[in-house]
Design a protein around this ligand. Structure first.
Ligand code: NDP
Ligand code: GDR
Length: 386
């Protein structure tokens, strides 16, 4: 093994960001340790392409069972792996779900961060181990000022955001009290084809793909008016790494500076498959109606000609509002200013919102074309093969 090889530990390696970050660090020649939770089904889909059989000599990606709520486990893993860099990405990351599981969210997202920092102190790794904390634009919550920067006051609006607020400040505190190179990345929403299926962008790109292919009738959403600053996860994990390579430990806003409503994201996603939507009505009575289908776009996106089932959807509502998806307290508007990251670290995103929607739609249409193929032809193919 190369003596100078850097060692990273990623909590939350099985999530969207963990998967992209692991890929990036392996490309950079790191040895990567990841913490995964025990589950009754395989939960490593996003990193299966990086997985190495532990029986191979000197594997570069090593997974450990663990949990953010288990101090002993985290301390032991940090002791065994002696990481140069820890990326603390593990969290119960769904804002709406945090209203249902507030205590668990506080434990995993808030105290979990303390457990990592305390382990570093307990093991005497203050000078060796740098820590990246996955902080969030949800900290800004109720809008105090826009665009939001590193100095905009926080006003969290969910149990998730309050837990992340504790994690933010305990990271700052351990940096100041014990001189640990610990940094917060205040990341605005970032999405990708690997995004969890219940976050709004992925819910929309999956539904737009399935509806276009005749595999789903309509889509129920919550607040269509809320505005988010959406970037691509690949750009954002690059910045996580840059934050830990900086000369000084600081906190950084990462955002695109462009904000868009959920409604507009819906329109963009459906437009990829040639579906032209018009929105009518207000509040819970708002509907997204199919105005027409651009055949050329449809063929380009799906490789198929729209059939009677698709053409009969014209004039029908495809988008409905369901108040079940409303949050008790909402974050209405997020728009970030990443000037500091751009000027001090030279970070600029490669993807804009159009590229992001394109990437997600391309991936989901391909995914559901496979489903359609199996539904329509798979059975026949099996019979032919017998
Ligand atoms: P995901 O929800 O995709 O991934 C979360 C990861 O944390 C998963 O690997 C999950 O494991 C793991 N995890 C959850 N609870 C625990 C626990 N108790 N112990 C150990 N592991 C746990 O999130 P993202 O990849 O999108 O986000 C990464 C981090 O960045 C999170 O902390 C999130 O809050 C934060 N963040 C995300 C933003 C975004 O827009 N994506 C923006 C700002 C911050 P499993 O796979 O088993 O569920
Ligand atoms: P967010 O992401 O809460 O910003 O947190 P999410 O995609 O869940 O919601 C974005 C906005 O869309 C509205 N919305 C819906 N949301 C969901 N999930 N499902 C719906 O059907 C729906 N309809 C409308 C929401 O009300 C909200 O306004 C994400 C997570 O990744 C956090 O972990 C991270 O910290 C922040 O981004 C930055």
């Amino acid at each position: 093994m190369n003596d100078k090889q850097k060692v990273a530990l990623i909590t939350g390696i099985t999530g969207q960001d963990g998967a992209y970050l692991a890929e990036l660090l392996l490309e950079k020649g790191y040895k990567v340790h990841g913490i995964k939770r025990r589950s009754s089904l395989f939960n490593t889909d996003r990193i299966d392409h990086l997985y190495e059989d532990p029986h191979t000599q000197d594997p570069q990606l090593i997974l450990h069972f663990g949990d953010m709520t288990d101090s002993m486990n985290l301390t032991r893993i940090i002791q065994e792996t002696q990481p140069d860099e820890i990326y603390n990405l593990a969290a119960m990351s769904h804002v709406k779900v945090s209203f249902d599981t507030p205590e668990y969210t506080a434990n995993a997202d808030g105290i979990g961060t303390l457990r990592i920092l305390e382990a570093i102190r307990f093991l005497g790794l203050e000078k060796k181990t740098r820590v990246y904390q996955a902080s969030t634009s949800e900290l800004y919550g109720l809008v105090q000022a826009v665009p939001q920067t590193e100095t905009t006051p926080f006003y969290p609006r969910s149990p998730y955001a309050v837990a992340k607020m504790y994690a933010y400040w305990i990271t700052v505190n351990y940096r100041e009290a014990y001189n640990i190179f610990a940094c917060n990345g205040i990341l605005f929403n970032h999405e990708s084809p690997l995004r969890g299926e219940t976050f709004v962008t992925r819910k929309i790109t999956r539904a737009a793909s399935k509806i276009a292919l005749g595999l789903q009738d309509c889509l129920y959403l919550g607040n269509l008016d809320s505005k988010r600053d959406w970037g691509h996860a690949k750009d954002y994990v690059r910045m996580m790494w840059m934050i830990l390579q900086a000369d000084e430990a600081e906190d950084w806003v990462i955002a695109t500076g462009v904000t868009t409503t959920v409604r507009e994201f819906v329109r963009m996603a459906f437009s990829y498959v040639g579906f032209d939507l018009r929105f009518e009505g207000e509040g819970v009575y708002e509907l997204g109606i199919l105005d027409g289908i651009d055949q050329e776009k449809y063929i380009q996106a799906t490789g198929q000609v729209p059939n009677t089932q698709q053409l009969e959807m014209i004039g029908k509502p495809l988008i409905h509002v369901d108040p079940a998806y409303f949050r008790p307290t909402e974050v209405d508007l997020l728009i970030g200013d990443a000037t500091k990251a751009r000027e001090k670290l030279g970070w600029t995103p490669d993807y804009d919102l159009n590229d992001l929607v394109y990437d997600m739609m391309q991936s989901d249409v391909a995914l559901f074309l496979r489903d359609l193929y199996l539904k329509e032809g798979g059975h026949k193919i099996l019979i032919q093969a017998e």
